[in-house]
Design a binder for this molecule. Sequence first.
Ligand code: ISL
Length: 526
Amino acid sequence: SDPSPWWRDAVIYQVYPRSYADADGDGVGDIAGIRARLPHLADLGVDAIWMSPWYPSPMADAGYDVADFRDIDPVFGTLAEAEALIAESHALGIRMIVDIVPNHISSAHPWFQAALASPAAPERDYFWFRPGRGPDGAGMPTDWRGEFGGTAWTRVDDGAWYLHLFTPEQPDLNWDHPGVRAEFESILRFWFDRGVDGIRIDSAALLFKDPALPEVVDGRPHPFHDLDEVHSVYRAWRRIADSYGGDRALIGEVWMPSVERFAAYLRPDELHAAFNFDFLGCAWDPALMRACVDRTLDAHAAVGAPPTWVLSNHDVTRHVTRYGRTDTTFSFDNNLDGTPVDLELGTRRARAAALLSLSLPGATYIYQGEELGLWENENIPPAEFQDPMWGRRGHSRDGCRVPLPWSGSEPPFGFSSATPWLPQPPEWKDRTVQAQTGDPASMLELYREAIALRRAEPALHHTAMTWLDVQPAVLAYTRGADFACVVNMSGAAVALPGHESLLLSSGPLDGDLLPPDTAVWLRRQT
Ligand code: ISL
């Protein structure tokens, strides 16, 4: 009933706990490190933290293989420390969102261990165990391909196969089983009872499978993606969230080719918000970007949900690198084809993109390190890759997961006293928090200033945006009565539209001209 709940226009910062800060000196980030570095997030001015998984896990998929949703992995700390972090964040006015992974659990989870112990174990029904095809059952039950590439079935000692859309260490749960529903509803309550303000739902459109296990055929309903039954789960979760007083948010990771199917998740009785992968995947191109913004606004307006703006996360190539690619091809994935990357260009565009994503209507997500202008580490030796996607798809997500540089002039840059779990580029010496603090030209000070202005600027809260016509390769729009954002995506400098004052600029101006790949926030004449 609050007309402007926090999740509608929050700035939400994704903490990837392995790589934020390491207090205990094992080379892996931990909760004690996050607590010690909480002032960084308070100075940045974010409204909320989204914590990637911190639960006990064999770490086959960096913690997205959860063995116990009600505790904390010892590498990160203890449940008591997590509770202290939630309290300390709240004391700073920062909300906490935890990550729940409902499609699968770890093969080390007691349910799966019990299921393995005997074909007759009732726990088998929590999963998708099936006999194989062929006379000796040696053929996989289906030809489904896993989400990371590779096969989606693994055979156990008694001859049965189980389904895993990700790695074999992540068996898929059977959501037709009432025990699975009950367990996750209880897990939601467990974290809401500990004061968390929201839940990020991993792979939210998976969960259900067509029990007939048909093959994937173009033009036929997909057997395991976006089945209608999934909505009943989120309706139940919404009732639980609402029972906590109305400001607990459900935020879905919903990758969906169709805007309509995507919007079906965003309803007053389902999810509050979902990540905008359309925007994340958009190339630095004015026509594509404008069309993407329009699609986003239309789709969300139709269902009354807040748009979200996401530039990077722990699964995709960092956007300094994406925007720095000097050809027009575009992909989330690593630069497998060796396309040249101009990091100076990428940084300039990332600065402009920050002003874009922080001034569009809705909520904005920041992936840790983006406020430092970090680029993808494309020089990690394959022998050091940790990501299971590497072995299955020939692509590693490790380059965007590298530990943050805090201080000093060489690795580990204050992240740890030990060697970090992934190598940091020595060139990050200019991108540490320490090096950037107080430097008005730095990415960090740009983010701090933009977030502070956004917070204080009434025109940036609960107002619509209207395009301003400058020229086709310039994205310009107004918010409220007197605020404007202008992003020059053309190859030449353009005249700024008339304004009363300049509020913020992503880079140096050329007199009254806005150089290419530069953005400004303006106070307009009224
Ligand atoms: O990573 C991707 C593209 O590079 C996506 O296809 C990703 O696999 C998908 O968005 C699901 O991601 C989430 O669940 C995975 C986990 O590995 C990812 O880190 C997580 O964000 C399995 O839990």
